[in-house]
Design a protein around this ligand. Structure first.
Ligand code: BMA
Length: 409
């Protein structure tokens, strides 16, 4: 606990020294309105050399948070909660803390089939409105895609080998392109208009083909060769960026921690890595070290694993001048007492490296009545970890939407 508070003091001091939200490593500079000056202004480049000024600003401002703050994110936060659905402006996170998360996760699965709703029942038109609303309040948007298999037609957990047919030369390559086109069309509406009437695309942290080192998705290990997986990723980026001209995307790579041996972190982490030219966020999905039901290690061992895994991605990110993030985490049904402080915050604050992650996102709070299953990763009022979550919320290291960082200038 001492460490916890002494860190808060030093974080506050760093804020004063560096200036809120412009990283110490950034040079201050000219206006952010034209691309060349924006380019010169920032020290962190994106894989997309033609990224929009707001997209590049987001990436650099996230880099500027390192060691001082991390954003808290939640999947589907505004769409439904454990005990509610259909309210136009609500979030379990806000019901508990008074604030929305700073980062919003959204999911596209089903868009590629022309469905009105995604695989979890979220209407795509409403999702676009929630994305715009979150962005207008200063929030960050990240999007994942549990794509249905263009080969079998089944969902992303299908094991039919599919990837080889999607990459250039594959029998389903054109179908795959048409699937990607549904995102191109979806993305077109994600624009923001400023007070002067100018519109710009909303920056998105796009996180396709996640947890590929696991064996649960059709793009995962065992159903796609490493080479084909890399070709799939590279084609996705080249198609969206170079052929379709999407310049508001920050690409996040996110293997799963449960399939990484900490003793050889880097070689395991890089299984399927598409290359520095195709990745911006060095991510990790880590449920394993925060109370996964299949992990029999003690809590202390898990905390040590959690810190070591974060250190691993931070090292990888630093060596490449990229940012690191905990792209998914959480304890399903929040059964661990003081989960937020003991299993997430304090381990992150305990080491200089882990503090370099820029955001942490927990997965969705399924609506229990509709889904008839208990699946939630953020608390709701009265949930056992709600009080501890308020402590987490109040800590100066953790940013929610009510402490809006200026991330787009
Ligand atoms: C999984 C679970 C599923 C859900 C999927 C896509 O991890 O939450 O219930 O359908 O993500 O959001």
């Amino acid at each position: 606990m001492n460490l916890f508070y002494s860190f808060a003091r030093s974080a506050a001091a760093a804020l004063i020294t560096c200036g809120l939200l412009l990283g110490c490593d950034q040079q201050s500079s000219p206006s952010a309105t034209s691309s060349p000056s924006t380019e010169q202004r920032y020290s962190h480049k994106l894989s997309d050399k033609h990224a929009t000024p707001e997209t590049l600003a987001l990436y650099n401002n996230l880099a500027g948070l390192r060691g001082r703050h991390m954003l808290f994110g939640h999947e589907d936060s505004l769409a439904y909660g454990v005990n509610w659905e259909g309210d136009p402006d609500r979030s379990d996170v806000r019901d508990v803390t008074g604030s929305n998360p700073a980062l919003y996760g959204w999911e596209l699965g089903g868009l590629e089939l022309g469905q009105e709703k995604n695989l979890d029942g979220v209407n795509f038109k409403q999702m676009q409105e929630w994305i715009k609303a979150g962005y207008s309040r200063g929030g960050v948007i990240t999007i994942s895609w549990h794509m249905y298999s263009p080969v079998s037609g089944a969902n992303s957990w299908d094991k039919t080998p599919t990837v080889h047919e999607l990459i250039p030369g594959g029998a389903k390559h054109e179908v795959f392109k048409s699937y990607l086109d549904t995102f191109v069309a979806f993305n077109k509406s994600l624009v923001s208009t400023d007070s002067a009437g100018n519109t710009h695309a909303i920056p998105i942290i796009f996180r396709p083909w996640h947890e590929h080192n696991g064996d649960w998705f059709w793009w995962g290990k065992g159903y796609a060769s490493e080479q084909d997986y890399i070709a799939l990723w590279q084609f996705t980026v080249k198609y969206l960026r170079d052929e379709q001209g999407l310049h508001n995307l920050i690409y996040a790579y996110s293997p799963d921690r449960s399939r990484i041996d900490l003793a050889k972190f880097e070689s395991d982490y890089f299984y399927g890595y598409p290359g520095d030219e195709y990745v911006d966020v060095i991510g990790l999905d880590n449920y394993w070290d925060v109370g996964h039901e299949a992990n029999t290690a003690s809590a202390d061992e898990q905390k040590a694993g959690f810190v070591a895994a974060l250190k691993g991605i931070v090292k990888v990110a630093q060596a490449r001048n990229k940012i690191a993030a905990l792209t998914e985490t959480g304890n399903n049904r929040l059964t661990i007492p003081n989960f937020w402080t003991e299993r997430i915050l304090n381990p992150i604050l305990a080491g200089a490296e882990a503090q370099q992650i820029t955001y942490v996102m927990v997965w969705r709070n399924a609506n229990s009545a509709r889904e008839k299953s208990e699946q939630f990763f953020a608390p709701y009022p009265g949930q056992a970890t709600a009080e501890d979550f308020k402590t987490f919320f109040a800590h100066p290291f953790v940013l929610f939407e009510s402490e809006p960082p200026r991330l787009y200038e």
